[in-house]
Design a protein around this ligand. Structure first.
Ligand code: ADP
Length: 367
């Protein structure tokens, strides 16, 4: 089941459980801890008193009281002391123990803040990576929907080098495309100022996780025309050569393949199971069943790209899969250029790509 990075106040989320970055006394503090206690009311403090504290790296659970969610899972993150004092292992343990408790209490949706990244001083890009990696790994084996909640813009950052690399990659490609206007238009002109995080959506209303509707891709960038039902003779010729050794019949059959058929074929060719594929793609099982059950299913662009990444398709194959769903990769879209960047760098980690997409204020891959 998927992990989603969102920007919100965790106390507003209507999840089965929200996780609190507590201190070892469990008697309340500042930051997210204070916000959770304020929103939950004094009953939460009463319940915490009875727990008698919690060691670093472990987790405890209470009811949510006046919060929209049923439970609060309290975990104690490590204080950053330079990284050589087992901080990473302790932080990993916070996420694992909290997730384990969530499962034990039959939670289906859980929201985490970025533990230790506030007063406890864990470098934010590293804290985020530990969170995404640990939750991602857990979700390969377990059915849960996890929100990773980023509260303030300043608290969010991917690694500086990665950010700079992607930025210059986008710059180069945007300039290529817009260079004929007499001046080099920067992609950042469309947002007010740097960093691009500043225009990220901030959700005021509680988020209610539910069914995942597939809709058209709705980014600001213009969409490419939908692909025709049958390929033109030219396109067919190109596709045929791309099929290499497969026979003419196979090649012709593949030209008329739908998105769903091509996806299932690729999953087989890669020797993956359906579950491995949708989990790595950060996808919900129900959504995958819909795609499997409907030969003409039309996915959102993020969904189609997530599968291409999970299947480790080349850029050409990715374009082919996207075309089956009526999409293309274009240099007038930051989202598309970021995807191209990761494919060209051979990095097919959906969660890492999502961190970068989030940092550049783009829609995330998966559900
Ligand atoms: P820690 O002591 O573990 O560092 P903090 O509460 O100081 O805990 O910060 C943890 C993270 O929680 C920080 O990134 C901070 O920005 C974030 N945060 C603070 N308040 C909220 C909130 N209401 N919702 C979600 N995240 C929050």
């Amino acid at each position: 089941m998927p992990i989603q990075i969102i920007r919100n106040d965790i106390t507003k989320l209507n999840c089965d459980a929200i996780v609190n970055a507590a201190n070892s006394s469990l008697l309340g503090g500042g930051g997210v801890d204070g916000a959770i206690h304020r929103a939950a009311g004094p009953e939460l403090l009463e319940a915490c008193r009875k727990l008698g504290g919690c060691p670093t790296g472990e987790a405890r659970i209470t009811k949510g009281y006046r919060l929209p969610g049923k439970y609060v899972i309290h975990t104690v993150g490590p204080v950053w002391q330079g990284g050589g004092r087992g901080e990473r292992e302790l932080l990993v343990s916070c996420y694992r123990e909290s997730l384990r408790l969530a499962l034990e209490y039959q939670c289906e949706t859980v929201a985490f803040p970025l533990i230790s990244s506030g007063v406890y001083g864990y470098p934010k890009d590293q804290a985020l990576k530990v969170a995404v990696d640990t939750i991602g790994e857990f979700l390969l084996e377990h059915e849960l929907f996890v929100y990773l909640v980023i509260f303030d813009r300043a608290s969010y950052t991917i690694g500086e080098k990665l950010f700079a690399d992607i930025r210059s990659y986008i710059d180069d490609r945007y300039v290529e495309l817009h260079g004929d206007t007499g001046r080099s238009r920067s992609p950042w002109e469309e947002t007010s100022s740097l960093p691009p995080l500043s225009s990220a959506p901030f959700l005021e209303e509680p988020v209610v996780p539910g069914e995942f509707e597939e809709a058209s891709f709705d980014r600001r960038e213009p969409l490419p025309a939908a692909c025709p039902a049958k390929s033109s003779p030219d396109a067919a010729g190109k596709e045929r050569t791309a099929f290499g050794k497969s026979g003419l019949d196979d090649a012709l059959a593949q030209i008329d393949e739908s998105f769903s058929q091509m996806l299932l074929r690729k999953i087989d060719e890669k020797g993956m199971t359906d579950a491995q594929c949708y989990k790595r793609a950060n996808m919900d099982r129900k959504l995958f069943s819909k795609i499997r059950g409907n030969v003409w299913y039309k996915p959102k662009k993020q969904t189609a790209v997530a599968f291409a990444i999970t299947l480790e398709l080349s850029l050409e194959e990715t374009k082919e899969l996207l075309m089956k769903a009526g999409f293309a990769l274009s240099h007038s879209s930051k989202f598309d250029i970021i995807i191209e960047y990761f494919i060209e760098n051979g990095n097919y980690n959906v969660f890492e790509i999502n961190e970068a997409l989030f940092a550049f204020d783009q829609s995330l891959l998966g559900a």
